[in-house]
Design a protein around this ligand. Structure first.
Ligand code: PMT
Length: 223
């Protein structure tokens, strides 16, 4: 059945931004709305998969039938992904994870003092890198937000992080990437470009991505 190409498969999707606390009332975050990842979760559901959605803070409702796990920080997202990794057949990482977090979270609200202040940041755990390291036969799809040398950057990320496919958003293009309802993407495997979608809805990107994943999965001997 065309419609149920992922029947019986377990899909883990990450979506949305992370928030890295500075003090009890402030954080560092980014403009991800979660729309892209939620659309992937919904498309996977519609394709018959059982779907877990590990989500940073968003204003979206989980698609019905999808199990949502709410997280806030990169570290929490890391822990949630690692806890569910073994049980997944397919992992799609559309979240915009913070690359850096404050080295300390101040216990009290930081008071205004001098004219300048410095925030000390350290790297967050690289979830994708660790998924690539730990995966045992799972089909792994990453996202990349790129502004230049899209193919080169996306393919080097795919190779470094052990991904099977990478979806590169051309975020230099109007209507693509963060927050809106549309996106423009190129999908690469390790040999090159395998799909190109100029400005279409995020729902359409998700549908086509799920169809591609299902096709690759069924061609794959690991199945
Ligand atoms: O949420 P929307 O508003 O709909 O926007 C969608 C989106 C633009 C956020 C989405 O389409 C997207 O591109 N997500 C990935 C953005 C990103 O963080 O790209 P990156 O090149 O920095 O990261 C590459 C990959 O590494 C991603 O799969 C990311 O989840 C992962 N990563 C990054 C840092 C980190 N510490 N751990 C990670 O796993």
């Amino acid at each position: 059945d065309q419609q149920r190409v992922l029947a019986g498969k377990r899909v883990l999707v990450t979506a949305g931004p992370t928030r890295e606390a500075i003090d009890p009332v402030r954080y560092i975050s980014n403009r991800s709305s979660g729309k892209m990842g939620y659309a992937v979760a919904e498309a996977a559901m519609e394709a018959g998969a059982s779907v877990k959605l590990i989500s940073g803070p968003t204003f979206l409702d989980a698609p019905s039938g999808v199990e949502r796990i709410n997280v806030t920080s990169a570290k929490e997202m890391y822990d949630a992904v690692m806890a569910d990794l073994e049980d997944a057949d397919i992992i799609v990482k559309s979240a915009a994870v913070a690359d850096y977090q404050p080295i300390n979270i101040a216990k009290q609200k930081i008071k205004k003092s001098g004219d300048e202040m410095t925030l000390h940041l350290v790297k967050t755990p690289d979830i994708a890198m660790e998924v690539g390291r730990r995966k045992k036969g799972q089909f792994f799809v990453g996202f990349a937000a790129e502004t230049e040398n899209v193919e080169e950057h996306a393919q080097s990320k795919l190779a470094r992080k052990g991904m099977d496919l990478i979806v590169a958003n051309d975020v230099s293009q109007r209507g693509a990437g963060f927050d809106g309802d549309t996106n423009a993407v190129k999908v690469f495997d390790r040999y090159g470009e395998v799909l190109q979608l100029p400005l279409v809805s995020k729902k359409e990107v998700a549908k086509q991505l799920i169809a591609l994943i299902a096709k690759r999965w069924s061609q794959d001997e690991r199945n």
